[in-house]
Design a protein around this ligand. Structure first.
Ligand code: ITT
Length: 192
């Protein structure tokens, strides 16, 4: 059964300092502070980001005996049948933005989506997952110095033609997959 809480702090399990910075910014208006937890997460192999986030959050919450939040995010490119999706981290580290743009050379359908799955877990086995999706296009060239990961090659439809990499943290967070998922979490945590 879901129990509503009036939580003003979360324990965010992440090894990614950019995600941490974004999440702090997104949750600030809700009065929720973010404590970073760095532990080795067990990640299951799955095509479903929700399943991955849910499993990791559950295990860490049980192990540390505190409520935790885990996010699993990824970029799904339509013409590549959803690649890199759940493998985004590995693909970014190996072939990077240049590699993705090479795969997309000459490809007309440039539609892609960023997905964020945010799992909140308590040590008693309770888990709830929130999803955020932002649709857009893969650019022809990387653009912008802001953000991280695939930001310079992703042009969100909800924007003005700029890539995420050309947006400030605030501009990106208003329309990003992460912004949407974490605002849903914040509303639930604060009882809105
Ligand atoms: P965690 O420790 O939180 O798991 P991570 O970097 O492995 O950090 P994810 O698995 O959630 O994070 O994300 C996989 C990769 O997808 C990430 O390393 C980036 O390369 C890319 N990515 C995710 N969200 C992104 C965003 O908002 N902008 C650009 N790239 C993003």
């Amino acid at each position: 059964m879901s129990r509503r809480n009036y939580v003003n702090e979360i324990n965010f399990v992440t090894g990614n300092k950019h995600k941490l910075e974004e999440v702090k910014h997104i949750l600030e208006p809700y009065g929720i502070s973010v404590k970073r937890v760095t532990v080795d997460k067990l990640e299951i192999q799955s095509n479903d980001l929700c399943e991955i986030a849910e499993y990791s959050a559950k295990i860490v919450a049980e192990r540390l005996r505190i409520p935790v939040v885990v996010e699993d995010a990824g970029l799904f490119i339509e013409a590549l049948n959803g690649f890199p999706g759940p493998y985004s981290s590995y693909v970014f580290k190996t072939i990077g933005n240049e590699g993705i743009l090479k795969l997309m050379r000459g490809v007309k359908n440039r539609r892609a989506r960023f997905v964020s799955a945010v799992a909140y877990a308590r040590p008693n086995g309770f888990v709830k997952v929130f999803i955020g999706v932002t649709e857009g296009l893969i650019s022809i060239e990387p653009r912008g110095e802001y953000g991280f990961g695939f930001d310079p090659i992703f042009i969100p439809y909800e924007g003005d033609g700029r890539t995420f990499g050309e947006m400030t943290l605030d501009e990106k967070s208003r329309i990003s997959h992460r912004g949407k998922a974490f605002r849903s979490l914040a509303k639930w945590l604060t009882g809105h």
